[in-house]
Structures are given as structure tokens and as C-alpha cells.
Ligand binder design. Structure first.
Ligand code: NAD
Length: 250
């Protein structure tokens, strides 16, 4: 449970030190039923993501990738945003969150209503043919493991696999937002996967405060740590920020 005083301190900092930018990771979607890399009993306990979710492994054996990820991709529409995603969308709608950078590929921030979103690692919704670049949208993708395009080419989700470069425009935007914010709200990430893991220190070097919501402290080394599940802590924080803004002189 987050101490009232810490919540209040975080809310006051967010109002006093605009603009606010958020950086999210797999932990924010855990309460929507999507396992993180580290969830006990989750997919990635059995399959090392650095091996399975690598571009080398995909090229060598796309059927193996699709046998592990296919069901999730085909069922993507069944996953719903949780109160953590909704709280961030609410802060954006209230003009209190300028931008959201996510490492997630599940599209739940957009489903929650967030508009200003950078998907650093792409998304699972768009599926491309490696041969002719034709685009399919999940869940309307051809059957088969791996699914193939009408031209016969192998289909691959538009996600950044280990060993692939990040989309340059997304990385450039994320770096700019981190360098230009007054507070960076880091939610549900272990802050170990680069280059996203550098964003908290980039923000700090430019004078921002880093505020973290997580079950345990991560490598983000935040100035303020709010311990607990994002689906519980973020709605509390959003309510406090909105109340704090009402008190602030205009
Ligand atoms: P990670 O699996 O390395 O770490 C997850 C973090 O979330 C941990 O720090 C954990 O303590 C925290 N956490 C778990 N449950 C939480 C909750 N309910 N509330 C708050 N925090 C919680 O994830 P990561 O840092 O995002 O990193 C790695 C990669 O995982 C990214 O590249 C991402 O694309 C990929 N990934 C994405 C999804 C998704 O799109 N939902 C799911 C799994 C992995």
C-alpha cells in the first residue's frame, strides 16, 4: 500500500514540475492478464525471450515463433485495458500528461483512450509480409503456422524483436520527450531493456524527477517510489493529481 504522504508528494511534484511524460512496460498490462517477462508461471519462464523473440530465431524457424505467439496475436482483441491504462488516458485528457512512451506491443493504451503514444517496440496488431510488405491487421490474418501472405511470403508482426533496430522516428520522439519533461512517470518496467532503460537517466540529466510505480524498485532509480500494482496505484495518483491541480494558483 502506498503511503498517503508519498502519493501526495508525487502528485504535488507532477503539478509543480510540468510537463509529465510516462514510460510504461509489461507490468502495466499484467492486471489485464498479459504476463510480463518475469511473471511466475508465465510464458517466458519456459522460453527465454532473448532467444525466442529474436529476429535470428524468427528467420531460422518462423513456425516456432508462431506456435508460441500465434494464439495470443489471434486473440489480441479479447484483452481489455485495466484501471492503470485508464488512469493514464484520464491524465492525458485532463491536459496533465503530455506524452506516453510504451515498450508494450499490446495496444492497450490506445484502447484505453490514450492518444499521444509512442510505441517503442512496435505492435502486434499489424502483421507484414516479409516478401512483398503487404499489411494485415490482427485478428484478420491467414491461418497456418506460420501464416503466409497470398504471395507465399512469411508474415511477421510489426514488433521489434531482439537483434532488430527500433523504429528511428519512435526512438527520436522518446528521447526528445524524456529530455523535455519535468517529471517522468515510469510504470511497470524492469528498466533493463535498452534503449528504453536509458530514458529515466536522460530525463534526470535534463533536470526531471523520476516517479516510479512498480511492485518493486527497478533499475530506474526513481526519486519517488510508489509501491503497488499499477491498476491500483495509478487511479489513486491520478485522483490526487487532479485534486492538486484544483488547489494550484492559476
Ligand atoms: P519486464 O517483464 O522486464 O518487467 C516487468 C516489470 O513490471 C517488473 O519490474 C515488475 O516488477 C513490474 N510489474 C509486474 N506486475 C506489475 C503490476 N501489476 N503493476 C506494476 N508493476 C508491475 O518488462 P519490461 O521492462 O516492459 O521489458 C521488457 C520487454 O517486454 C519490452 O520489450 C516489452 O515489449 C516486452 N513485453 C511486452 C508485453 C506487453 O506488451 N504487454 C508483455 C511482456 C513483455
Amino acid at each position: 500500500m502506498v503511503a498517503e504522504s508519498t502519493l501526495g508528494e508525487a502528485a504535488a511534484a507532477i503539478v509543480a514540475r510540468p510537463p509529465l511524460v510516462a514510460l510504461t512496460g509489461a507490468g502495466i498490462s499484467a492486471e489485464s492478464g498479459i504476463p510480463t517477462f518475469r511473471s511466475p508461471g508465465g510464458l517466458w519462464e519456459k522460453f527465454d525471450p532473448a532467444v525466442y523473440a529474436s529476429i535470428e530465431a524468427f528467420r531460422r524457424d518462423p513456425a516456432k515463433y508462431w506456435s508460441i505467439r500465434g494464439e495470443f496475436i489471434r486473440n489480441l482483441d479479447a484483452y481489455r485495458p485495466n484501471p492503470g491504462h485508464l488512469a493514464l488516458a484520464e491524465l492525458e485528457a485532463a491536459g496533465l500528461l503530455r506524452h506516453l512512451i510504451t515498450q508494450n506491443i499490446d495496444g492497450l493504451h490506445q484502447k484505453a483512450g490514450s492518444r499521444s503514444v509512442t510505441e517503442l517496440h512496435g505492435n502486434l496488431r499489424e502483421i507484414f509480409c516479409l516478401a512483398c510488405r503487404r499489411r494485415y491487421l490482427a485478428p484478420r490474418i491467414p491461418p497456418g503456422t506460420p501464416p503466409r501472405c497470398d504471395c507465399g511470403g512469411v508474415l511477421k508482426p510489426n514488433t521489434v524483436l531482439f537483434g532488430e533496430a527500433l523504429p528511428p522516428a519512435a526512438l527520436e520522439r522518446a528521447l526528445r520527450e524524456a529530455a523535455g519533461c519535468g517529471c517522468l512517470l515510469v510504470v511497470g518496467t524492469s528498466a533493463l531493456v535498452q534503449p528504453a532503460a536509458s530514458l529515466p537517466s536522460i530525463a534526470r540529466e535534463h533536470g526531471a524527477w523520476v516517479i516510479e510505480v512498480n511492485l518493486e524498485r527497478s533499475a530506474a532509480a526513481a526519486e519517488l517510489f510508489l509501491e503497488g500494482p499499477a491498476g491500483v496505484v495509478l487511479p489513486q495518483l491520478a485522483a490526487r493529481v487532479l485534486a492538486e491541480r484544483e488547489k494550484a494558483p492559476r
